[in-house]
Ligand binder design. Sequence first.
Ligand code: ATP
Length: 624
Amino acid sequence: MDLSLLIGTFEEMEKTTSRISLTGNLVDLFKNTPGEIIDKVVYLIQGKLAPDYESLELGLAEKMALRAIAYSSGSSLSSVEKAYHLTGDIGDAAGQIMKSRNQTTLHSDPMTVERVFSTLEKIAKTAGPGSQESKLRLLSSILNDTEPRESRYIMKFVMGTLRLGIADFTVMDALALAFTGSKSNRTLLERAYNVTSDLGTIATTLAKQGLESIKSLQIVLFKPVRPMLAERVTTTEDALERMDGHGLAEYKLDGERIQVHKDSNNVELFTRRLDRITHHFPDIVQSVKSLSVNEAIMEGEVVAIDISTGAYLPFQLLMRRRRKHGINEAMENYPVVINFFDLLYVNGNDTTSMPLSKRRALLEDIINNDTRIKKSSLQTAKSRSDEARTISENDGSDISVRQQNKNGDDYHNRMKLVPQANVTEPLQVEKFMAAAIENGCEGLMVKHPNSAYRAGAREFAWVKLKREYRSELADTLDLVVVGALYGRGRRVGKYGALLLAAYDTKADQFRSTTKVGTGFTDESLGQFFKDLERHIIPHKHPRVDTGMKMDVWFEPEMVIEIIASEITLSPAHTAGINSLKEGFGLALRFPKFTGKIRDDKKPEDATAVGELITMYKQQSRSSK
Ligand code: ATP
């Protein structure tokens, strides 16, 4: 495929912020893309070389990228650096510099997407001593043979600044339109995406085999499944009602959600964002390897613990395990436990459509290394588990909780089951909640015993019930940083306030809901300034909707946690605009940063506009 076809599309897309036009550009591109290469084209559009879980990074230092441009253009390194300094973007600098080189491309054949992709792949896979020099040579080999406008985009891609403003949803819309003629088929693509997390494979399957094959795409070991999520409720009565009167209550631990994939040789760990983080938790990998089950996909919450008491420790301590170097030392200093709560796959069987009570029973067998996990136990496990967790029916005070491994209270064993109890009465829920809070949890998850595991869905089959914060909103919000104002006084040289947005699921837009300037320490402000730098864009992002004027705009990437006292109607913000009152959106009163950056969340996982509306209504009801 001629590279100029792809580059031409990128150029068109750069000119517009309208989602309809962007989708139209992609539809045209997909229609002209051969089925053999459509997966690669989809990855390139997403700014990657493979799905996230492959963790395939180019790993090319900025200095090397500048040297590659100098080398291929025959210019001096200092003139390339100067162009970079002036434009602020290596891609733009490459475009300019390559234009001024005296020879035209050495190659007379047009450059192909295949060649660019395979060279980039080689760059990513080159590692070890001297690899930076080899990467440089590989990169130069394509820059030598491309037109300046093509070099510009190749360098943007290499440096991660190819900001096309395209969400996965838009790619799916375009695929559905290009290959089925109807956007409504996106829901089928979405289901396939939720179980495989790989848009490239979906595009290839659709282009080559059609929609029927998309319907039969299944869970595959070592490809992460998009997690099932919970709705929030504020009262125990509401929680029970959502469960048709009988729920499975579980501790809501404040840690990091991990999806564990295991076969007889390997264990891999994935975050909720579907990134592979196996190397951060060698202790968990070791523990999981000791399980006798051949193949499994399980989910659990990793929490830092006090090794001497087994008590759960705050989320911030767990985050110290998220580092590139010194993993062994961190493992010693910040021990963790994984608390399993779900099972998605076992020994060749997809378990997601089984009722939760049955999945839990199978999970218990696995964690207790019960060798009965054979075909027969896939059918019989339910009854055993129900029996074990029955609650005395008299006053609800006697909640029998299954939690311990059979191996007893061995804190060196890094695997536990999340404490769980059957609940049918509000009092039982309240007591279990009190126990959860006492044990350092955020609250409870209450789940429907008959519910299937619905990958990627946020539904009332799982609800979260958090501890009430007095005079504050009952829950924290996770919002996306989309803009900032420069600081004054003590905050000169940093940001004084950040503009935050909630996610509008239907429109696939980030709509502003507050400006936050409190809750930051001097240190955290400095860190924000640094971390946000790579997300700066020259204008408001096409997926951001706000009436606010900002000094700086960011691509919607970073998610932070906010607590506020109240949600109010606002003419200035656009979250929920017109849904409660014509011309008004929703804003937060007294917003404050809690200190938590939610890098486990993608921007699309931020608090949804719909959730804000529900919270506003609940708050108005309870104040009456
Ligand atoms: P929050 O921001 O309130 O922590 P969230 O937005 O991260 O929630 P939700 O789907 O709303 O995600 O809540 C589920 C999250 O709670 C899970 O992603 C997981 O990390 C965590 N969790 C803790 N304990 C459990 C449990 N027993 N079952 C399921 N999830 C749990």
